[in-house]
Design a binder for this molecule. Structure first.
Ligand code: ACM
Length: 763
């Protein structure tokens, strides 16, 4: 569990494995090269050699740039800003000065990859070399990381680095349609992307629930399509159920984002969804919808069935939209969505069916392929390239279209082997709305845990892509769909620190989890310094308890990554490195509050966690501690109330309101209290809706039943439900001895609202 010795081993191996960097005179391995935790460089450079010494930064340090290169001078200004933020020192930029004592930015055309760079730090100078400003910028980022490394208190640690990325597409997708972020939030994200050497910001700008980009020719896209009724806890954002949730980016704001990103060598790839995920657009302009009917921007997450009409009038609309999109976004790629286009409206439309027949198509997928290919041709004519979600492969799209694989990696394999360029964005692995741990401190979202390690272990080149097609893999991205990310703070929790994992896996050729998890704590400090609250789920201690004989409880402590040393207290004090070390499960008397944290190098790795244990808590389970009976569509959903302050969160299979308490100790238990709630049901499940479990009700509002062993087992309690939502049910429990599984379910089925279970207390 401790990594102190392996840190040194990793470092030793790294030092041995490194030849001298390109274009550098060979030096003997320096025996005095420092040992200790690896330098907190993220992503890990391709070649890194630590040598003895430091470079001392001071207010007399200069950055030297070649004359006549304003672009290089601009990188120097960005580097000067990094140094100011890291050290509070203002350094001077000079042209053609001496390298001795200075930080030099050197243009070296022999370095082939425009994003590649070398950096040499010793006691006398820092030299960053690249053939292009992109490489110089990444060298500056690496220097900033060196300057903010925990070992840099004495000066910037001496190193020789030769570095280049593995992939050209190193990305983050942000959904601004379901929830809307301010331009400041997006700039905050772009700042962080740049500091991770990520270079592609995929901006999901339109969806059923909102159209977020101003299109001057079609103003209703934003005046109508940019507003919807608040969904669930959105009322806390709008302040009232009657106040719409609105937002869009003007073209001037979008251009500002594009420029801000470009200054950090990030390309913004806009996404305009078609032919599905089109409800907000059709709400604004019903004449472009396949059904011809009027609608409103959706207030339901899931698969809405509004489709664009594949007629000439709609193509004119779409190409007009594309003209404005291309004018704002200079990216080569334009993302046209293509996912989850349920074909009901095309199947039901006589005009669409006739169109299909006239084109000689036998199914709607071919029609979608034709639709997408037609837009792709338009983009080609304007020297752009189409990229779409992997459903575009279901029709015949030309290989010039790039494919973004989200339904796992199958789409990427099929597409690359067929000659398409591909980007890996597989759900659930790289979807940040999946939660990172089972800790009770996690936020609402999808609770099928995708841990930091799961993200890190993802290799962007799936094994089933044949070797000669591997070059079609452009790279990978994490994807932040925002149904459950209503605020920038929640979005931060979802993205950070996974952003570091995707950065390393798309930049570095070699993956090394043990090294990564040691480098990350310093990066987490950098996030906090930048005003970002990352998820500490990989390091935080989970405190598990079980009843033990003689009014005691057995406490088990663990952290997800296994990194660090766990220390705990039982006297209410804050855990410190000097507190007792956890080595094995231990017993505590009742009541006791256990507090714990993981530590490395004398610092806490996470926020301390605590748990109060008493006789009542041992006989209580929250919905997070129960299993759902099925895994049809399990979510952690948040109550809309209260409007301010923390709101309760419930874990529920929204298609089957049924939970299991495994091995409940029932001796002497004669009654039960169950805290329940009723929440809005804002989901469109399309064909899956047929799988919603409906249980026969016996009374007007239905009931909560508790069964022994299985959900068909002996009925131990039937608690009639009141009409209202949040309440605590109290009832008798048929006497049972020993330990049994309990099945708890609501009768009826979710319709406008869904019943959820908060916690169950055996009495
Ligand atoms: C997607 O998640 N529908 C791309």
């Amino acid at each position: 569990m401790r990594h102190g010795s392996s840190a040194r081993l990793v470092l030793l191996l790294a030092t041995l494995a490194l030849g001298a960097c390109a274009n550098q005179p060979k030096r003997a391995a320096a025996p005095q090269a420092p040992v200790g935790p690896p330098l907190a460089l993220l992503p890990q450079p391709a070649k890194l050699e630590r040598i003895a010494g430091q470079f001392a930064l001071s207010s007399t340090t200069r950055i030297v740039v070649p004359s006549g290169r304003p672009d290089v001078k601009h990188v120097a200004e960005q580097l000067a800003q990094f140094i100011r933020s890291a050290r509070g020192i203002s350094v001077l930029i000079v042209e053609d000065g001496a390298e001795a004592g200075a930080i030099s930015l050197v243009v070296e055309p022999s370095i082939k990859n425009a994003e590649a760079y070398t950096i040499d730090v010793d006691g006398a100078r820092v030299r960053i070399a690249a053939s292009d400003v992109r490489g110089l910028y990444y060298g500056a980022v690496t220097l900033w990381q060196l300057a903010t490394d925990p070992s840099a208190r004495e000066g910037i640690p001496a190193v020789r680095i030769a570095d280049a990325p593995r992939f050209a597409w190193r990305g983050v997708m942000l959904d601004s349609a379901r929830h809307f972020q301010s331009t400041d939030d997006i700039k905050h994200l772009l700042d962080q992307m740049a500091l991770h050497k990520l270079n592609t910001f995929h901006w999901h700008l339109t969806d059923d629930q909102g159209w977020r980009l101003e299109i001057k020719r079609y103003p209703k896209l934003t005046s109508v399509g940019g507003c919807r009724e608040p969904v669930g806890p959105d009322v806390a954002l709008t302040g009232s159920k009657n106040k719409p949730y609105c937002g869009f980016y003007t073209q001037a704001q979008a251009r500002e984002i594009v420029a801000y990103a470009a200054d950090r060598h990030i390309t913004v790839v806009p996404e305009i969804e078609m032919p599905g995920h089109a409800q907000a657009a059709i709400a604004a302009y019903p004449e472009f919808g396949a059904s011809g009917k009027k609608t409103k921007p959706s207030t339901d997450w899931g698969v809405n069935t509004w489709l664009f009409n594949p007629d000439d009038k709609t193509f004119t609309f779409m190409t007009n939209v594309m003209d404005e999109v291309m004018a704002v976004f200079p990216s080569t790629y334009i993302h046209v969505g293509g996912d989850e286009a349920a074909k009901d409206q095309w199947e039901q439309s006589r005009a669409v069916q006739e169109k299909m027949k006239s084109l000689g198509f036998h199914d709607e997928e071919q029609l979608q392929g034709w639709f997408v290919a037609r837009i792709g041709k338009y983009l080609d004519e304007h020297h752009r390239r189409l990229i779409g979600w992997d459903e575009i492969l279901d029709g015949d799209v030309p290989t010039s279209a790039a494919v973004m694989s989200w339904r796992g990696v199958k789409g990427a394999i099929k597409a690359a082997n067929a000659g398409h360029d591909v980007v890996l964005a597989p759900s659930p692995t790289l979807y940040t709305d999946y939660l990172q741990s089972d800790l009770p401190s996690e936020q609402p979202g999808r609770p099928q845990v995708q841990s930091l390690r799961t993200v890190y272990d993802f290799d962007p080149v799936p094994a089933d892509i044949s070797a000669d097609k591997a070059d079609h893999v452009l790279g990978a991205q994490i994807t932040a769909f925002s149904e459950y990310l209503p605020t920038w703070q929640r979005t931060q929790h979802a993205i950070f620190p996974r952003i570091a994992a995707i950065a390393e896996r798309t930049w570095s050729t070699k993956a090394d989890w043990d090294s990564f998890i040691q480098r990350l704590p310093a990066q987490m400090d950098r996030y906090r310094e930048a005003g970002i609250m990352p998820a500490d789920s990989a390091y935080a201690v989970s405190i598990n308890v079980a009843a033990a004989a003689g009014d005691k409880a057995t406490v088990t402590l663990a952290n997800q990554s296994g990194y660090g040393s766990i220390h705990y207290t039982t006297d209410g004090s804050a855990p410190m490195p000097q507190s007792p070390t956890y080595t094995a499960p231990f017993e505590v008397p009742l009541p006791t509050t256990v507090r714990a944290n993981a530590f490395a190098n004398g610092f806490g790795l996470a926020g301390p966690r605590d748990r109060s244990i008493d006789a009542a808590s041992l006989a209580r389970r929250s919905s997070d501690e129960l299993a759902t009976c099925t895994d049809k569509l399990v979510l952690r959903i948040e109550s809309p109330e209260p409007l301010s302050g923390p709101r309760p969160v419930y874990r529920v299979d929204i298609m089957n309101t049924c939970w299991t308490w495994k091995a409940a100790a029932l001796d002497g238990k004669t009654a039960v209290d169950v805290r329940i709630d009723r929440l809005p049901f804002n989901y469109q499940l399309w064909k899956d809706a047929a799988g919603i479990v409906d249980r026969k009700t016996a009374t007007r509002n239905g009931e909560l039943e508790i069964r022994k062993d299985t959900c068909d087992g002996e009925r131990l309690a039937t608690l009639p439900l009141p009409k209202e939502g949040a309440t605590t049910l109290h009832g008798k429990l048929a006497p049972v001895s020993g330990t049994h599984d309990l099945c708890l379910f609501f009768t009826g089925k979710p319709e406008q609202t869904i019943r959820v279970l908060g916690d169950v207390q055996l009495l």
